[in-house]
Design a protein. Structure first.
Lengths: 150, 600
């Protein structure tokens, strides 16, 4: 919780000193996917924290980004996004949200900075989507390590 | 409203003031009369019975193959386009998803824009809409067009000029309440429901004065009797009075305050009984272990007195929901034979996969049969108790939180969603657009926070065992309670149906085809691929002596979200290989109205 709160706070503070345009610019220029793999996979089964990420993805993100992070008619595929985005950009986007509203678009990625379930489980959601993006797990409900293969 | 018509309305009201009831009945009669003129389509439901049938028969089984698009209109909006246009006289009213534009199009001049209305709404309402930013259309009455905006504001526009006449805030988007449903004009009132079952709203239906926008009554779906407008001695459930606190007793503590039961579907009305009918949605959250009790009156058919809102009867279809089977689908009012007996019926094809047939005066349950053979969460209904016979294996409660329940049919999007069915008095059959999709469902604990999603379950969806198609368009007979024919579709059928006196049934498909089939046999007689997937309702009208068929295409909504990337393989390995076609390979976004007609 603290780390993500800090993040949100930092982003807000930064906004006071710089225009949002500049921030977006630097973020994009510097952005590249993290090579770190936050998840553990054993025989195709994932660790419990990453599994919780799958659950909370279903709670907070599925209704826009579609089942399994695969994208929908409304919001982009996060499986693809995480091939480009750093963990930091990912977290900033989720905490602060993003608005893309104009003549041709009315897309809003909500800010989850005040959603305790998301903030507390952000690392886990990231880990789940990263595993999806890296191709470490497929579509559908992943199995937890220790769960039977029925 | 311009000065003359306001004056005219005022003087009508003044002369009628001595006999107030006669005055209100007058306004009502006018709309009923207009709805009986097949050239027009003056209610979002076509008529008060929600039958979606037209007496027009120029286009018929013999010549439908010559149908062709005669003009088209781009709405300039990309998101999912549900609902359909209204046709009032020489004008067509077309609505869009957020930003909720309304266009008045001149039918005498190839759809030239007479006026356009675009509200200024805070874009922060977008992310509190459940699944895409859909809107299901406008209503008409007393020279005004009524729009239920995404930000839960109901506005009345002058039908001639598009100028705002009045506006009222129906609910608070900061708490997750939004507007997606079409209002309905009944007597001197505009009725409107609310969306937000995924955000823990306390659902309600509200009646506003058609002239001023002043609230006349509001009935919540759950809460104390004075909030749900129940008379404990007179409001009945399957013939018996409900008694005091019928809702409160079925919730733990204060949970009813965030209990859901949103009212985002269609509204029907029986002028002879003076009852309005609609359904309520899922109890919040989707995690059943977190809300013990029957959660009344979520998942309920309501029959309410139009003038007071007081409930005459209620019937809860899915007590203590465990699957998100909202009960909001349309209530079709039809006089039909049920088990050989002439019946003033209310027929409702529910998300939970059962077709409910009730006596619409008494609320007696006459029949509840599956309208998709894949349905497995219950084996049937006990018509005396009104309770489903549940199958334990598919209970998402039984395994507790963080247990994955597999192979449940139907999936959360239901055997049918909001896309309304049609009833043909000629064949006596109901024509139902259906989803043929199953799911795994895993509930887990979530915290409530105002304006934040309150879902608490995750799911994956797949076709039923051994099957490849995800939808059917069916003809259903309530006399015998069975499917007469069933046309398979690659994807869920998410478009409102239409039947015609020309012997046709029309519907649209998610991959973008407008189709016409023989109402007797289901045989496909015509199809045309429109610019995008169809989740709108097929709408008929006549102009200059010629019959037309209009439909909005523009893929999106829950269907677009669930199926854009295709469905998954189910974890139990039941689904057929190759069934996981991605909708995004068939169609892309974009709102277009297409009007079809015969050649000269």
């Amino acid at each position: 919780m603290t780390r993500a709160h800090m993040l949100a706070w930092c982003a807000a503070a930064a906004l006071l000193g710089a225009t949002s345009l500049q921030i977006a610019h630097t973020a994009r220029a510097a952005d590249s996917p993290d090579s770190e793999r936050p998840y553990t996979i054993e025989n195709g089964h994932i660790d419990r924290a990453t599994f919780r990420g799958y659950l909370y993805y279903g709670d907070a993100c599925l209704r826009c980004h579609g089942p399994d992070g695969s994208g929908s008619s409304y919001a982009p595929s996060l499986v693809d996004s995480l091939k480009r985005l750093s963990k930091q950009t990912f977290e900033e986007t989720v905490i602060n949200g993003r608005m893309n509203v104009g003549t041709a678009n009315d897309k809003v990625m909500p800010s989850f900075g005040t959603n305790a379930d998301v903030v507390e489980h952000l690392e886990e959601i990231y880990s789940y989507l990263k595993a999806r993006s890296d191709g470490a797990i497929g579509r559908g409900r992943p199995k937890k390590i220790g769960e039977t293969d029925d | 409203m311009n000065v003359t018509s306001r004056f005219a309305a005022w003087s009508v009201a003044a002369t009628a003031s001595a006999v107030l009831l006669a005055g209100t009945a007058l306004a009502n009669d006018q709309l009923v009369k207009m709805s009986q003129d097949p050239a027009q389509w003056v209610m979002p439901t076509g008529d008060y019975g929600n039958q979606r049938h037209t007496a027009l028969k120029q286009i018929n089984t013999g010549n439908v193959k010559e149908l062709r698009p005669v003009w088209t209109f781009s709405t300039g909006v990309l998101r999912g386009h549900e609902g359909g246009p209204l046709i009032v006289g020489d004008v067509m009213y077309v609505h869009t998803p957020f930003p909720n534009k309304v266009f008045a199009l001149d039918l005498n001049d190839q759809g030239r824009i007479i006026w356009a209305y675009e509200p200024k709404q805070d874009p922060n309402v977008i992310p509190v809409m459940c699944c895409d930013t859909v809107n299901r259309g406008v209503a008409y009455g007393e020279g005004m067009v009524f729009l239920h905006q995404a930000d839960a504001t109901l506005v009345a526009l002058d039908a001639k000029t598009g100028k705002l006449v009045w506006s009222v805030k129906d609910a608070d988007p900061a708490k997750g309440a939004t507007g997606t449903s079409a209002p309905q004009v009944v007597k001197n009132m505009v009725l409107v429901g609310v969306s937000g079952g995924e955000f823990g709203v306390q659902g309600h239906m509200t009646a506003y004065d058609i002239k001023t926008g002043k609230q006349i009554w509001r009935a919540y779906s759950e809460g104390p009797d004075d909030q749900i407008l129940f008379d404990p001695a007179k409001t009945t459930n399957l013939g018996k009075p409900v008694g005091a606190d019928s809702s409160l007793k079925t919730w733990e503590g204060d949970q009813w305050k965030i209990g859901g039961g949103a009212t985002w579907g269609w509204i029907s009305y029986d002028p002879a009984l003076n009852l309005v009918y609609y359904g309520s949605g899922n109890p919040s959250t989707w995690n059943p272990t977190q809300r013990p009790g029957d959660n009344k009156w979520s998942m309920t058919v309501f029959a309410r007195d139009a003038d007071t809102g007081v409930a005459k009867w209620v019937y809860q279809m899915t007590p203590h929901d465990e699957w998100d089977y909202d009960g909001i689908n349309e209530m079709i009012l039809a006089n039909v034979k049920v088990h050989g007996k002439d019946t003033k019926a209310l027929v409702h094809f529910d998300r939970n996969g059962f077709a409910f047939v009730l006596d619409r005066a008494s609320g007696a349950l006459l029949q509840a049969n599956k309208f998709d053979p894949a349905v497995n969460w219950a084996t049937g209904y006990n018509l005396q108790t009104g309770l489903p016979e549940r199958v334990k294996q598919y209970s998402t409660e039984a395994g507790g939180a963080e247990h994955n329940t597999k192979g449940i049919c139907p999936a959360a999007l239901g055997s049918k969603d909001e896309q309304p069915a049609a009833f043909s008095p000629e064949t006596g059959l109901f024509y139902v657009p259906t989803n043929h999709v199953c799911m795994d469902y895993e509930p887990f604990k979530v915290a409530y926070s105002a304006g934040q999603p309150y879902v608490g379950a995750t799911l994956s969806m797949f076709p039923p065992k051994g099957e490849k198609h995800l939808g059917n368009f069916i003809a259903y007979d309530v006399n015998e309670g069975k499917i007469v024919w069933s046309d398979p579709e690659t994807f869920s059928v998410w478009s409102g149906a239409l039947t015609t006196a020309g012997g046709l049934a029309f519907y649209g498909t998610l991959d973008g085809n407008l189709k016409a089939v023989d109402a007797k046999t289901g045989k496909e007689l015509y199809k045309f691929k429109t610019p995008s997937g169809i989740i709108g309702n097929v709408t008929p009208f006549e102009h200059g002596g010629k019959q037309y068929i209009a439909v909005l295409s523009g893929v999106g909504g829950w269907a677009g979200i669930g199926m854009a990337a295709g469905l998954t393989e189910d974890t139990a390995g039941l689904g057929a290989v190759g069934a996981y076609k991605a909708l995004s390979n068939y169609t892309q976004l974009g709102g277009v109205l297409t009007v079809f007609g015969l050649g000269d």
